[in-house]
Design a binder for this molecule. Structure first.
Ligand SMILES: NC(=O)c1ccc[n+]([C@@H]2O[C@H](COP(=O)([O-])OP(=O)(O)OC[C@H]3O[C@@H](n4cnc5c(N)ncnc54)[C@H](O)[C@@H]3O)[C@@H](O)[C@H]2O)c1
Length: 301
């Protein structure tokens, strides 16, 4: 019996890259999967029903259960219809994997309004809309006494958590999705929801276009283990989606054979006074905070 038997999952952006790998593994583990993908270009332009359909077909050809969706998850209508499709098609929704993404990299001084807005929209609104639709359903089910043991898995990025220059729009959205995850855990835990986020690393069309990633990391090895295969990330996502996974409200970096737990924002040093500081006092006492060692960590690749 598969680890996701009796689970119904919606995976956004599942027509390609990481989402596709998640969908194939989820189905192989027994989940019934709604494969959502708008099918646009890496920058979000255009749309094409083929990628989602091909993945759903591939799952069915292998004996699994899947349907395709081309709903745009940045709209309330698209997100609501996606969640409804899972319930109508498969009778319930247990797992939502928010994974859809685009890139429109540019330095801040050169970034256009549209480059900022489009990336924030797909990543942040595109996480929020399906999450809200699923959360409303999970709240209703919980109040009706159902025990769905829901799982919400979001996709963040080291581009945000480790601050990659040239990706202010993407990085800000991705750090936002990590925070959204932790707030979702605090709000939705009462309905039995487990919310976690992963920052993946894998060779996909998005990484091939990301500034600052070396060719050595992105090239495919001629033989042996391929650490940048997107399929390496999916088992941990599937584990987070299992009904009795104990992990809640956490953020992980997942790549190759590694699963690394992030510490969220944390206070590391202070100056305090019993009253309001003057600027002159701060000039004397706050300046030392500039020298507090502050280890962002390194991407373990
Ligand atoms: N590849 C990596 O190393 C890496 C690193 C960090 C984060 N991520 C994140 O992982 C996720 C998957 O990215 P990937 O690398 O597999 O890229 P990808 O381009 O191969 O896949 C992303 C998919 O999302 C779909 N999509 C985009 N906008 C959509 C929308 N509005 N509605 C529905 N589908 C939409 C695209 O059509 C595409 O098929 C993204 O959120 C990305 O930011 C990837």
């Amino acid at each position: 019996m598969g680890a996701l038997e009796n689970r119904v999952a919606v995976i956004t952006g599942a027509g390609r890259g990481l989402g596709r790998a998640h969908a194939l593994l989820f189905a192989a583990e027994g989940a019934r999967v709604v494969v959502n993908d708008l099918g646009g270009g890496p920058d979000g332009s255009g749309n094409d029903a083929t990628p989602a359909q091909l993945v759903a077909d591939e799952i069915r050809a292998a004996g699994g259960q899947a349907v395709a969706s081309t709903a745009d998850i940045t709209t309330a209508e698209g997100a609501d219809s996606l969640i409804r499709q899972a319930i109508e098609e498969f009778g319930a929704l247990h797992v939502l994997v928010n994974n859809a993404g685009i890139l429109r990299d540019r330095t801040i001084v050169n970034m256009t309004d549209a480059e900022w807005d489009d990336v924030i929209k797909v990543h942040l609104r595109g996480h929020f809309m399906p999450t809200r639709a699923a959360a409303r359903y999970w709240r209703e089910q919980s109040k009706a006494g159902a025990t769905l043991q829901p799982s919400l898995i979001n996709t963040t990025s080291t581009s945000g958590l480790f601050n990659n220059p040239g990706q202010a729009n993407y990085g800000a959205a991705k750090t936002g999705s990590a925070t959204l995850t932790m707030i979702a855990q605090r709000e939705l835990g009462r309905y039995g929801v487990k919310a976690n986020a992963i920052a993946p690393a894998a060779r996909t069309r998005l990484t091939l276009a990301t500034p600052g990633i070396s060719d050595a990391i992105l090239s495919t090895p001629e033989e042996g283990f391929d650490p940048m295969d997107p399929a390496n990330v999916s088992p941990f996502v599937a584990y987070l989606a299992t009904a009795d996974c104990p992990i809640r409200g956490r953020v992980f970096f997942v790549a190759g054979g590694g699963v690394h737990l992030f510490q969220p924002f944390a206070l590391v040093d202070s100056i305090t006074k019993d009253g309001t500081w003057t600027v002159a006092e701060l000039q004397k006492q706050a300046a030392r905070l500039a020298d507090v060692p502050f280890d962002l960590g390194r991407i373990p690749l």
